[in-house]
Design a protein around this ligand. Structure first.
Ligand SMILES: Nc1ncnc2c1ncn2[C@@H]1O[C@H](COP(=O)(O)OP(=O)(O)OP(=O)(O)O)[C@@H](O)[C@H]1O
Length: 633
């Protein structure tokens, strides 16, 4: 398969835009080719009508764009199609001559062009990859579709979900280099229009590096509710160097200097957290918000949480964080995820173990997003980041006037904020022993007694905890209570290091595109991709994101990146003579704990022993690093 594909791609200089996307798609199709050769699946008139009604908002936002675009591609006899998120064509517009020929391959409303029905094609493949895709002539998996050249670009909701695909299709002989960019540009315009519609009732921050682009299609746009980000477009994600799951529901202050509050109709200059200077305009809306954290007993609450904890605010409600925005578990973990979800929904406590950056928090948020309590709070507590002196009040709350310096209204405590929802205790292995005792009591009695109060308050939450430490050995050393341990681990989940991921080479390219490569038309050469896949990735997904982001930022637009463009430690010696073999294929004799420890030591060395810098690079709190170093010494 590989040689056929690369031959075809190298024979067509225009088709090198994303060989991996096409190749991966062909591999998927080859695995199920028996089902692909059946006739197109056509919805009945009633079903199509029902779908059109369901997607009214998308169709309305897209109509003006589709009309303009159809006029533009008419000169190439092209047509414009809009599909839903299942690849079913909702609307087609354009040259009637080509429309008739397109009919022959069932390129018409009501037909599904999902990849598992029609093989590799711009619509179905763009839906799976989540990026713009061009599929030209012979790149189509099914022979009968090879008369086409198709260019599909996903349209996203303000929360990043793919709502459908905008596609330009024409005769394969009439390929136009600009068609993919055109599809992507108009898809972005539809996304922006939907963002404008959803934005009624929110503050909207529009920004760009140049003031003259604030009204252009390239503008970055955020919807804000009480200073928290509740919607965004791709340009905002790229300009802030963020991902959907990191941006949504987070305070804008974490991504931009607080000066954004000074913006109004007159643009102001602001620094983003990555140090880039942007110009921003703020449109304030006075209508009520939908995603404001509705804490239980808000009247008793202190109003503002201690900032020192760096824990994200509780996320609530169906809009809070849809599962589609969270990264999927690796394919080999999906079955296990469903089993864990069932146990979790049944009330069992879940303990997630895995090395640093392996996606424990993402896994926990995904469980929350998919469980029966998804509309209820998700309260994340980083036990390693809590100073011991504050931890008790922070977790269990306190009565008004409980101690000097306390908020005079008292505090609910984070455990009570989780009432009705999910409590996520991250880095549970770092919880000091006295607090373990207190937590155990809460889990047994299902009630808490705030500091300075003798009134017990009932609490009800599902529990997820996570650690990158070996709890069994902490138990043996007497640093972790065994009775608490058994309460936490009804269902255990072991996350693998990124390097063990079976689809690593393909995944690297998808991540690279998602993190901005596509926007800058960057491509990884086969050797560079192999080299990245052969690296051990001790910092796992977190390290991968940081490497890929840096590559995107430092590469000139349009480049084809070679091994020599990669950071030195990713080039050799593991890559030299690499056969495309990933650590997962080679098997690993290194324990998760070893990888973690080696990673900490290496990072410390790289930072010349600077603890703050090491903690920042590892993405952990300084106090956690101190504790880990104590154990390593
Ligand atoms: N399956 C995945 N695909 C892509 N990115 C992922 C995936 N899982 C996690 N990430 C990203 O990796 C980073 C680290 O993830 P997360 O915080 O969940 O890891 P963790 O195991 O909880 O880390 P730590 O042990 O340091 O707390 C995040 O930026 C997250 O978005």
């Amino acid at each position: 398969m590989e040689s056929v594909q690369s031959q075809r791609i190298s024979g067509d200089p225009n088709a090198i835009h994303a060989p991996y996307l096409i190749q991966r798609s062909w591999e998927r199709c080859a695995r199920q080719s028996g089902d692909l050769h059946t006739d197109p699946i056509m919805l009945s008139g009633g079903d199509l009508k029902e779908r059109l009604v369901r997607h009214t908002a998308l169709l309305q936002a897209a109509r003006p764009e589709i009309e303009i675009l159809a006029g533009m591609v008419a000169s190439t006899d092209g047509i414009v199609l809009l599909t839903d998120d299942n690849g079913v064509i909702l609307q087609s517009l354009g040259d009637t001559g080509f429309l008739q020929r397109a009919e022959q391959v069932a390129l018409r409303p009501g037909v599904s062009w999902a990849e598992d029905h029609r093989g590799t094609n711009a619509i179905g493949t763009a839906l799976i990859e989540g990026t713009s895709v061009r599929v030209h002539g012979g790149e189509h998996f099914l022979q009968r579709n090879r008369i086409l050249s198709c260019h599909g670009a996903p349209v996203r909701s303000p929360q990043g979900d793919i709502l459908g695909v905008l596609d330009i299709s024409c005769d394969a002989g009439k390929l136009h280099a600009y068609a993919l960019k055109l599809a992507a540009m108009f898809a972005r315009q539809i996304t922006n229009r939907m963002l404008d519609q959803a934005g009624r009732g929110y503050d909207t921050l529009v920004f760009h590096r140049q003031a003259s682009s604030l009204d252009s299609i390239e503008r970055a746009q955020l919807l804000l509710n009480d200073g928290h980000i509740v919607g965004a477009n791709d340009a905002a994600i790229a300009m802030l160097g963020a991902t959907w799951q990191h941006l949504l529901n987070q305070p804008l202050d974490a991504w931009m200097h607080a000066d954004w509050r000074q913006a109004g109709n007159l643009p102001v200059s602001i620094d983003t957290s990555t140090g880039a200077a942007v110009v921003a305009r703020l449109h304030r809306k006075s209508a009520p918000s939908i995603a404001a954290p509705a804490r239980p007993d808000a009247s008793e609450a202190s109003g503002k949480r201690a900032d020192a904890l760096h824990t994200p605010p509780a996320t609530h409600g169906p809009d809070a964080q849809a599962p589609a925005m969270l990264p999927e578990p690796a394919p080999e973990l999906r079955g296990e995820f469903e089993r864990t979800l069932k146990a979790f929904d049944g009330g069992l406590a879940v303990l997630i173990q895995g090395p640093t950056g392996s996606g424990k928090e993402v896994y926990a948020r995904r469980l929350h997003a998919r469980c029966a309590r998804s509309g209820k709070p998700f309260v994340a507590i980083n036990c390693g980041a809590l100073p011991e002196s504050l931890i008790e009040a922070e977790l269990f709350g306190y009565a008004p006037g409980a101690y000097t310096g306390a908020n005079r209204h008292g505090s609910l405590g984070r455990l009570r904020e989780a009432h009705g929802g999910v409590l996520f205790l991250d880095e549970i292995g770092d919880m000091p022993l006295p607090l373990q005792t207190r937590l155990l009591r809460v889990l047994q009695e299902r009630e808490i007694r705030p500091l300075g109060s003798d009134k017990a308050v009932a609490v009800d939450f599902l529990l997820i905890s996570a650690t990158n430490q070996d709890l069994d050995s902490l138990l043996r050393q007497g640093q972790f209570r065994s009775d608490l341990f058994y309460r936490l681990q009804d269902q255990r989940v072991q996350l693998q290091p990124l390097a063990m991921r079976q689809d690593l080479p393909g995944f690297l390219c998808t991540e690279f595109n998602r993190l901005g490569a596509l926007e800058k038309s960057l491509t990884l050469s086969d050797d560079a991709c192999r080299s990245l896949a052969a690296y051990a990735w001790p910092g796992n997904y977190r390290e991968l994101q940081s490497v890929l982001r840096a590559l995107v930022i430092h590469s000139a637009a349009g480049s084809l990146l070679q091994v020599s463009d990669l950071p030195e430690h990713l080039q050799a010696p593991h890559a030299s003579g690499a056969t495309g073999e990933t650590p997962a294929m080679r098997g690993s004799h290194t324990s998760l704990r070893d990888i973690d420890e080696q990673h900490i030591r290496r990072t410390l060395h790289r930072s010349n022993g600077n603890i703050s810098e090491t903690a920042r690079l590892l993405g952990i709190h300084r106090s956690t690093l101190h504790r880990r170093l104590k154990r390593l010494s």
